[in-house]
Ligand binder design. Structure first.
Ligand SMILES: Nc1ncnc2c1ncn2[C@@H]1O[C@H](COP(=O)(O)OP(=O)(O)OP(=O)(O)O)[C@@H](O)[C@H]1O
Ligand SMILES: [Mg+2]
Length: 295
């Protein structure tokens, strides 16, 4: 497939827009339009170079999982011609990368599930033998699988980094709903991880967001089980005593590490070869997971 024109930003002029690092989200009242651009972030910076088709891959992966998981979710359609967007909007750049969703009241905790030891979990384990206050057996190596997946919520920080919190903090803030979200998050992670493992991808950890619909019903919202909200590792690299590079972003991180960029000023543009390799990795992640190429 030839790369499609990369999209760095949208400007649809419909309703208030919230721009995240990767997605442009338009508030349409009872609904929301979430457009995944081709922006990529690394070391907490949005890079100046886009990865063609990345937004389409992320949208297709979320859409695949919403369907596969079979839980109540917010996705109405990814078909831009069925969204009844105002006339005059050019649908072509939005096709394949947009989700029309039911707007929900989002639970203000990120529901993180970890099945393998990495990231902030690994740091805490090294210091204290725990991950988010949960005691783990001694002797685990970086990147090892945990005896069982653990639920490690984080607050949704409005600026800066999300903060890991003990489950008791979440339970105090939202009551019994916390137990439900923990059980549901662990359940869907375990099912998805078992499926992905058969397809050569380790879902080391992931972050779910949940919301409540008008009628009070629970909805899985945001993106789900994508390489941007999770750590995807090549299965054959996992469990050998070191944290594997992430399936999708490792080329970018490695390349940035060998430049003289100081991570404190705007990052340099990516060379074409790194863009092409990274794009290939995102497409490969989709193909491995779903068993078909992105069309
Ligand atoms: N169905 C929904 N209803 C209401 N809000 C939603 C829904 N689904 C997702 N959201 C919210 O939309 C926002 C998406 O923002 P996005 O993730 O792109 O950027 P961010 O979280 O501000 O920053 P970052 O790019 O660092 O993640 C999140 O605040 C998420 O909680
Ligand atoms: Mg977010």
């Amino acid at each position: 497939m030839t790369p499609s024109t990369p999209l760095l930003q949208t400007d649809l002029g419909i309703g208030p827009v919230h721009r995240g690092k990767v997605r442009d989200c338009y508030d349409l009242g009872e609904r929301m339009l979430i457009v995944s651009t081709d922006r990529i972030s690394a070391f907490d910076w949005i890079l100046p170079t886009a990865i063609p088709d990345k937004g389409r891959v992320l949208t297709a992966i979320s859409s695949f999982w919403f369907d596969w998981l079979g839980v109540e979710h917010h996705l109405i359609t990814t078909d831009v011609t069925a969204m009844e967007l105002p006339a005059g909007i050019d649908l072509a750049p939005l096709a394949g990368r947009s989700m029309l969703v039911r707007k929900a009241s989002v639970v203000p905790f990120e529901c993180v599930v970890r099945g393998w030891l990495a990231g902030s979990g690994l740091n805490e384990y090294r210091d204290a033998g725990t991950v988010c206050g949960i005691s783990l057996p001694q002797g685990l190596r970086p990147g090892d699988q945990l005896p069982e997946p653990i639920f490690t919520p984080a607050t949704k920080a409005t600026s800066g980094h999300d903060e890991n919190v003990p489950f008791s903090v979440m339970a105090k803030a939202i009551g019994p709903l916390a137990d439900t979200l923990r059980a549901q998050s662990l359940e869907i992670y375990s099912r998805a991880a078992a499926y992905a493992a058969q397809r050569g991808i380790v879902l080391a950890d992931t972050k779910f967001e949940w919301g409540q619909a008008e009628d009070g019903g629970l909805l899985l919202v945001d993106e789900v089980l994508t390489p941007d909200s999770s750590r995807f590792w090549p299965a054959d690299e996992a469990g050998h005593g070191a944290v594997p590079g992430s399936f999708d972003k490792q080329f970018v991180r490695d390349w940035l590490e060998q430049t003289d960029w100081d991570k404190a000023s705007p990052p340099p543009p990516l060379p074409e070869s790194i863009v092409a390799e990274t794009r290939r990795k995102y497409l490969e992640a989709f193909r491995l997971l779903t068993g078909r190429p992105l069309d």
